[in-house]
Write a protein that binds this ligand. Structure first.
Ligand code: C2E
Ligand code: CA
Ligand code: CA
Length: 750
């Protein structure tokens, strides 16, 4: 019943039937042809002539060969089976060629007609135009391919440290995805006429190829317009000189500008095909997205460079900071043994700098420090390191000394330089300084931090002796370190006797304008010396094995406090941030202790935010990462503290299970004066959005800073502007006052 069979009838009805068939065939809405067993068209209907653009005479004369598009297969096996009567019909999709040259995708059905003996007589073909569907399918597939390629590149752009490697991957992705013969990336060089070739990919020549350069005229045209320049066919191009393109056998292409890390353009990205091509919106959007990915990577790399510089330099004078000094000192100490030379560290401190600040103001004080730096440098050898430790304190590292007495001569030169009069705010100042010198003999086994500390002790001695002089660290001075030991003993007692207490500083959700949590900060009131800040005693505790009991006490006290608040209906939606020292973090077992404590207090793990510094994580990455992973798996949140003062690699953020990042106060302070700081904060916030963690601005002291950090994308703020660290008995009032002042959602503390 599948096949058509002509039955014997009387001639009149036969004629009538044939006439009816002819009309039905001719007028059918669907394109049809009667095709002989030899493949020739015996008859075609009007719909088919309209679909293919040929007259019926042309079709009958030209046959299949006329309309089969060369992209489709010639004669299929199924056709052989049909015409020899082994099958009754079959269906297939294939491209046909319209008289005007373009492709028509046809869904074709061929059916066999037999005579009354059952022998194959001819076939009837029906053709349905499915070009629309076909185009949509191809477009969807192309889009999916572009999206995949883009996703891969974005991933790479987030971590790749080597921009050239990213550039090569990018141009390769373009030739593969857009199926063009070559792609290239060029950078604009300030002052140079032609953009500099950075990377290229050639479809026929996968190695880096000079032939994959972008056309210079095309690039220039794109840069001048700072907009994409799409060339569909060089034959019609009038915007720029296409001779070079033609000479290379290229017929079409697109070039888009690539924005740089700041306002200036970075360069151009583009590709070429050897045939004219109708690049569509998707193709252009893809190329532009790739350019945006490159811009994102450029911004990230620039921010990282800035961070590295910022992490190792003093923002006021641009001199190396303490971290960089210690680093160089370690290297110098290692070298000195090999080279049998001395190393000296000088600790330099202006006498009565406070007096200058008080009488002339901080601005003048800062100007003085800035002016002083180059003068001190001039008194040194190029191989010496001058570092600013903070305030008016400097340290100088002298390496490779044959004679230790040379250090004293350097100190005298420095004292002489400082003694020269300086003009400041209309006044002529005569300054003096105190210098402490610590020496490391070629054979001694000094630690770098010890040496710096000894120089500091010697400097105090010089200062107490009236200033304006230098002192060499000697054994008598070691006695002064005894004082540290005494303090450590007092601290041990304080921990044992419960003389420590906690204060709580609210964190503010900037968008919701309300307090969102607290950071616990430890306080010590020494019975004789009064308040001692954690900046002083935490390092002591870390060095002398006291940080474990101290840290355990802080964790228990802070979480117990939160439990009590929750029980009394206060701060029920808020969390508690607790600082965990690098020493605690490097001990296995910390996570389990914390889980047991949360259990005991019936607190949900996500109420606790553990604050760790990057250097703590870096110190012993294996143990630290295991601890952080365990905490994270359990639901405890993790914040990276003091970001921007250590290694500060944005790339490493990706590998940590972070919920929040706290931007160090130093950044927030420098936002007002440094565009670089703002760019870094923005890059960090962008990164945070991608990696889904929050950003906290620390040390926000003014309304202006608050607005800037919010505009740059920080989610949370912490600082004196909102609230100071507060005793627990005053916290409700402080939070109520804070929420009222911020004017956000009411009743957040409940
Ligand atoms: P941190 O974790 O960065 O804590 C923030 C510090 O900035 C606190 O100093 C806080 O009082 C101060 N601060 C907050 N807002 C502002 C502001 O607007 N301006 C200024 N100038 N300062 C602000 P604090 O309490 O002296 O603590 C110093 C450091 O001692 C802490 O830095 C933290 O690293 C450590 N620390 C404090 N408590 C603990 C603790 O319980 N355990 C451990 N391991 N370390 C702690
Ligand atoms: Ca902290
Ligand atoms: Ca901090």
């Amino acid at each position: 019943m599948d096949h058509v069979r002509t039955e014997p009838h009387d001639p009149a009805t036969l004629q009538e039937a044939e006439a009816r068939f002819r009309i039905a065939f001719e007028e059918a809405g669907i394109s049809m042809a009667i095709v002989g067993l030899d493949g020739s068209f015996l008859r075609v209907n009007r719909a088919l002539t309209e679909l293919l653009g040929y007259s019926s005479e042309q079709l009958i004369e030209g046959g299949m060969a006329l309309v089969h598009h060369p992209d489709g297969e010639a004669i299929s096996q199924s056709w052989e089976h049909l015409r020899t009567g082994q099958i009754e019909r079959y269906q297939f999709d294939r491209p046909y060629r319209h008289a005007a040259g373009h492709v028509i995708w046809g869904e074709t059905t061929m059916a066999l007609v037999r005579d009354h003996d059952g022998n194959p007589m001819y076939t009837i073909g029906q053709l349905q135009d499915v070009s629309g569907r076909r185009v949509a399918e191809e477009r969807a597939a192309r889009r999916a391919g572009q999206q995949t390629a883009l996703a891969r590149l974005s991933q790479l752009a987030l971590i790749e440290q080597d921009f050239d490697a990213l550039a090569s991957a990018t141009v390769r992705a373009i030739t593969n995805t857009l199926d063009v013969s070559l792609a290239g990336l060029s950078a604009v060089e300030p002052g140079s006429a032609a953009p500099r070739h950075l990377a290229g990919a050639h479809a026929d020549d996968p190695g880096e190829s000079a032939a994959a350069r972008l056309d210079i005229q095309h690039s220039r045209c794109t840069l001048e317009r700072s907009a994409p320049v799409v060339v569909r066919d060089v034959a019609n191009e009038t915007r720029f000189d296409v001779r070079a393109l033609r000479a290379r056998g290229l017929a079409s292409g697109m070039v888009v500008p690539v924005a740089g890390e700041d306002e200036a353009p970075f360069g151009v990205l583009g590709m070429y095909a050897t045939a004219p091509r109708k690049f569509d919106d998707d193709d252009l959007a893809f190329l532009q997205s790739v350019a945006n990915v490159l811009t994102g990577a450029l911004r990230r790399l620039a921010a990282e460079r800035g961070l590295r510089h910022q992490a190792l330099h003093d923002p006021l004078t641009q001199l190396p900071n303490r971290a960089l000094l210690l680093d160089r000192l370690r290297l110098a100490l290692a070298r000195r043994r090999r080279e049998a030379r001395w190393v000296a560290v000088l600790h330099f401190d202006l006498d009565d700098f406070k007096g200058v600040n008080d009488s002339l103001g901080h601005v003048a004080g800062d100007a003085l420090l800035r002016a002083l730096a180059p003068r001190l440098s001039e008194a040194l050898r190029p191989s010496d390191t001058l570092a600013r430790l903070g305030g008016d304190e400097y340290a100088i590292l002298l390496e490779g000394l044959e004679d230790p007495a040379e250090s004293v001569r350097v100190a005298e030169r420095l004292l002489a330089v400082v003694g020269e009069p300086v003009e400041l705010s209309g006044a002529t100042l005569r300054l003096s300084a105190s210098i402490g010198i610590a020496l490391a003999a070629p054979t001694a086994s000094d630690e770098s931090e010890d040496l710096l500390r000894d120089a500091g002790v010697a400097m105090y001695r010089a200062k107490r002796a009236g200033g304006g002089r230098s002192e060499l660290f000697d054994d008598a001075m070691r006695a002064e370190t005894v004082e540290r030991i005494a303090l450590t003993n007092d601290l041990r007692e304080a921990i044992e006797n419960g003389q420590l207490r906690l204060e709580y500083q609210p964190l503010v959700h900037l968008g919701r304008r309300q307090a969102s949590g607290f950071e616990a900060l430890v306080r010590w009131t020494h019975p004789e010396r009064g308040e001692i800040g954690p900046g002083r005693f935490i390092p002591l505790a870390e060095q002398h094995g006291l940080i474990e009991p101290l840290g355990q006490w802080v964790m228990r006290e802070a979480l117990t406090q939160l439990r009590r608040w929750h029980d009394s209906g206060f701060a029920t939606k808020m969390g508690m941030s607790v600082n965990v020292s690098r020493v605690q973090l490097s001990r296995p077992g910390l996570a389990d202790e914390i889980f047991a404590l949360l259990d005991e207090l019936a607190l949900a793990p996500d109420r606790l935010i553990v604050e760790v510094t990057e250097s703590a994580v870096m110190e012993d990455p294996d143990v630290a990462n295991a601890t952080l992973d365990a905490l994270n798996d359990h639901g405890v949140r993790i914040a990276l503290d003091d970001f921007g003062v250590g290694q500060s690699s944005l790339a490493c953020l990706r590998d940590l299970p972070l919920n929040a990042l706290k931007l160090d106060r130093q950044f927030i302070t420098s936002l007002a004066s440094s565009r670089e700081a703002a760019a870094i904060v923005r890059a960090v916030c962008d990164m945070a959005r991608t990696l889904r963690f929050g950003v906290v601005a620390e040390g926000v002291e003014t309304e202006a800073q608050s607005q800037v950090v919010e505009a740059l994308g920080c989610d949370f703020g912490q600082g004196f502007l909102y609230a100071r660290p507060t005793r627990p008995e005053d916290i409700r009032a402080a939070v109520a006052e804070l929420d009222a002042r911020l004017g956000g959602a009411v009743g957040s503390a409940a």
